[in-house]
Write a protein that binds this ligand. Structure first.
Ligand code: SAM
Length: 243
C-alpha cells in the first residue's frame, strides 16, 4: 500500500540537488524515467553511457527501493575513492573551458512511489526523452487489467511528460501483456510505433535498446529461463491542432 508515502505536490516542489548533488546548480532535471525499476539494473547500466543525463527510477516496493538507493550510494562512494586514470588528467596549467562531468553514478537516483497515481507529481511537461516500462507486472486476470501500468488515462500523463520525439520503451515476456500494451499505445494519437531497426540507426538509442533488452534483473532472468521477449517502442508525436 502507498498510504504512508509522502509525495511532492508538483515537480516544482522537488529539490533535485538532494538526488543529484553533483549536478546542483545546473538546472537539470531527469530526462530518463524507469517506471517500476525493480533492482535498478537499467539505471546502473545506462549511468556510465550517458553521464550527463539525469535518470530517475520509480519503485513502489519499500525494500526494493531502499536496496536501489543503497546500491547507488555504494557505487558513488566506491567510484569517488578511485583516482581518475592519469591519462584523463588535464595538463596542470590547463583550465578546462567547461565544467567536468561529475563522477560515475551521480546521475542516477530513485524514488519510492506509486507511478500509477503520482507520475505527474515528478515530471514536468516535455521533460523526458526516454520512458521505460520494462517487464511490468502482468496482472493476468481480466478484472485486474485496470491495474496495468499502460492505460489510456496514464498514457496521456506519459505523453505530457515526454518531449516530442521522446521514446517509450516497453518489453515483456508475457505475450498477452505485450499485445495489451501495443493496442493501448497504437490507439493513442500521441504516439507512433517505431521499429527497433530504425531506432538502432542512432547509436545512443542502440545502447539504450541493449540495456532495455538485456540490462535489467528481470530481463536477465527471462534469458536464463530461455523465455521470449516482446519489445515495442513508440515515439511521442506532435498532434496538429484543429483550427
Ligand atoms: N523493470 C525491472 C526489471 O526489468 O528488472 C523490474 C520488473 S518487476 C517484474 C516489476 C516492478 O514494478 C516491481 O519491482 C514492482 O514492485 C514495480 N511496480 C509495480 N507497480 C508499480 C507502481 N504502480 N509504481 C511503481 N512501481 C511499480
Amino acid at each position: 500500500s502507498d498510504h504512508n508515502l509522502t509525495y511532492p505536490a508538483s515537480p516544482a516542489h522537488i529539490d533535485w540537488s538532494t538526488h543529484y548533488p553533483a549536478f546542483a546548480g545546473t538546472g537539470k532535471t531527469p530526462e530518463f524515467a524507469d517506471v517500476g525499476c525493480g533492482f535498478g539494473g537499467l539505471l546502473i547500466e545506462l549511468s556510465r553511457q550517458f553521464p550527463e543525463t539525469l535518470m530517475l527510477g520509480m519503485e513502489i516496493r519499500v525494500q526494493v527501493s531502499q536496496y536501489v538507493q543503497d546500491r547507488i550510494a555504494a557505487l558513488r562512494t566506491t567510484h569517488s575513492l578511485q583516482p581518475p586514470p592519469t591519462d584523463s588528467l588535464p595538463p596542470s596549467d590547463a583550465s578546462p573551458s567547461t565544467s567536468p562531468t561529475p563522477g560515475p553514478y551521480q546521475n542516477i537516483s530513485i524514488v519510492r512511489a506509486n507511478a500509477m497515481k503520482f507520475f505527474p507529481n515528478y515530471f514536468p511537461r516535455a521533460s523526458l526523452t526516454s520512458l521505460f516500462f520494462l517487464f511490468p507486472d502482468p496482472h493476468f486476470k481480466v478484472r485486474k487489467h485496470k491495474a496495468r501500468i499502460i492505460s489510456p488515462t496514464l498514457l496521456a500523463e506519459y505523453a505530457y511528460a515526454l518531449k516530442i520525439g521522446g521514446i517509450i520503451y516497453t518489453i515483456t515476456d508475457v505475450e498477452d501483456l505485450a499485445e495489451w500494451m501495443r493496442v493501448q499505445l497504437e490507439g493513442c494519437v500521441l504516439f507512433e510505433r517505431v521499429e527497433e531497426e530504425e531506432l538502432r540507426k542512432d547509436e545512443a538509442k542502440g545502447k539504450i535498446l541493449d540495456a532495455v533488452i538485456g540490462g535489467t534483473e528481470e530481463g536477465k532472468k527471462v534469458e536464463r529461463n530461455g523465455g521470449k521477449k516482446w519489445l515495442a517502442c513508440f515515439r511521442r508525436v506532435e498532434v496538429a491542432r484543429l483550427a
